[in-house]
Design a protein around this ligand. Structure first.
Ligand SMILES: [Zn+2]
Length: 256
């Protein structure tokens, strides 16, 4: 099910209803049915990145080894990103940080540390605005360009991984991302680490869903995530999982 097939199905359905109305006099009220189904599919497809409704997003990898990847969105955060980095260092685990462009100024040293310690950095838009999904094609390109340029100024590398804010994909976002050659990265396991759940609940949620090839979504924006990360890394170690970078898991490039 994709945006195109939904649109085509909708066009066929309204044409058939139009013909039935013309020749057999059925009520045009029947138009409500395909309209409602089409709208519901578009909302679902835009909100659920795993549906690949608008875009082919990488959400997991088919792997033969017990390999998983970690990702952190919405940083850099002056208080919590350094704590995440030191936990990752203790476990010798790489990660990908999908940074929000507006958070970079003043936190350049954190980006340098991520890069120096072997982590990769991805694009998570510039503003992460609640209204970002209503942007025009050019508006999206600006969101991507501004963040990539900000990161380039600090580490001298141009990012190629993009995680859409809120995991929402729209036709304009996908067009902008494709025209600038980004790989759209989703996730397999959403930790929900920004909710009110306790670190134990969040950790258990991750553990029950963990499987080879999984990409876990965290946010480097709270102390709770640091606790969850420690517990998750211990669990992964005890169960023979190896932490690899997203680009290694998916066999793609993080930078141009
Ligand atoms: Zn985000």
């Amino acid at each position: 099910m994709t945006f195109k097939s939904t649109r085509n199905g909708f066009l066929i359905a309204i044409s058939v209803i139009g013909l039935l109305h013309t020749f057999f006099g059925i009520s045009l009220g029947w138009l409500l049915l395909p309209s409602t189904i089409c709208l519901a599919l578009i909302i679902y497809g835009s909100a659920v990145i795993q549906s690949n409704f608008h875009a082919q997003a990488y959400c997991y990898a088919n792997v033969s080894e017990k390999e998983i990847a970690l990702s952190f969105d919405d940083g850099p955060n002056r208080e919590y990103t350094p704590q995440v980095l030191s936990t990752l260092a203790q476990f010798n685990a790489p990660a990908t940080f999908f940074v929000t462009g507006k958070n970079i100024e003043g936190n350049e040293n954190i980006l340098k540390q991520m890069d120096a310690e072997g982590h990769s950095i991805g694009n998570h838009s510039y503003t992460h605005s609640f209204y970002v999904d209503f942007k025009s094609l050019q508006g999206f390109k600006n969101e991507l360009d501004r963040t990539t340029e900000s990161v380039f100024k600090v580490i001298g590398k141009r990012m190629k991984l993009f995680r859409p804010p809120y995991g929402v994909t729209t036709p304009n976002l996908v067009k902008a991302s494709n025209s600038l050659n980004y790989s759209i990265i989703g996730w397999t396991i959403r930790s929900f680490d920004t909710t009110a759940d306790t670190s134990q609940t969040i950790t258990r949620r991750i553990q029950t869903q963990l499987k080879p090839g999984a990409i876990i979504l965290f946010h480097d924006t709270s102390d709770k995530t640091v606790q969850v990360l420690k517990q998750t890394l211990n669990f992964a170690k005890e169960n023979g999982y190896k932490i690899v970078s997203i680009e290694q898991l998916l066999k793609i490039d993080a930078y141009e």
